[in-house]
Design a binder for this molecule. Structure first.
Ligand SMILES: [Zn+2]
Length: 179
């Protein structure tokens, strides 16, 4: 064995590896970076699908991927429902679902923290809910009961997230402002 061979320097023999490698790469949409998290995206049908998030430097098309998901039915609907439905039908189904969202389906993000303190004088609980990450936010509330407090904080966060997402779509869509 030569020195080059023992160092593995002769591994790339022209015509042998060169044919295989590009094909294997093309099969993977994201061969390099690993997902650092997911984002809930509401699809055209109104169902929520997870979109993988990558560090932005590796993910120049994140907005385009999100838009694509929003403009088509989710993968389950695409698979299960017959494809006679038109874009308009899907849009209607989505609007309906967005108006009456199924509750308790989306859990809080990983690592969400409640911190509650009892005040004997006012006989009430004060608490904060802290969510970190992409949809990070901290909320404070007060209630007589500790369980009530937790659910108030929970729904406050969902409301905040809903508003935030609506503002986001309003910014990306061209708006006709009524005067
Ligand atoms: Zn769907």
């Amino acid at each position: 064995m030569s020195l080059r061979e023992s160092l593995g320097l002769n591994k790339y023999k022209p015509g042998k590896v060169a044919e295989k490698k590009p094909a294997a790469k093309a099969a993977l949409p994201h061969p390099g970076p690993k997902a650092i998290g997911t984002e809930d995206v509401v699809c055209l049908c109104g169902h929520v699908e997870k979109m993988n998030l990558f560090e932005l430097k590796h993910d120049r098309f994140q907005d385009a991927r999100r838009e694509k998901m929003q403009q088509r039915p989710c993968s389950t609907c695409r698979r299960d429902e017959h494809d006679s439905r038109t874009f308009r039908d899907w849009q209607k189904a989505g609007e309906k679902r967005r108006k009456n969202p199924p509750q308790a389906r989306h859990r809080l993000p990983d690592g969400s923290t409640f911190f509650v303190t009892y005040n004997a004088e006012s006989e009430s609980w004060t608490g904060t809910l802290t969510v970190t990450g992409e949809n990070g936010h901290t909320l404070t509330a007060m209630s007589r009961g500790v369980f009530g407090l937790l659910s108030i904080l929970d729904s406050k966060y969902r409301q905040w997230l809903h508003t935030k997402r609506q503002e986001k779509t309003e910014v990306t869509e061209p708006q006709v402002v009524a005067t």
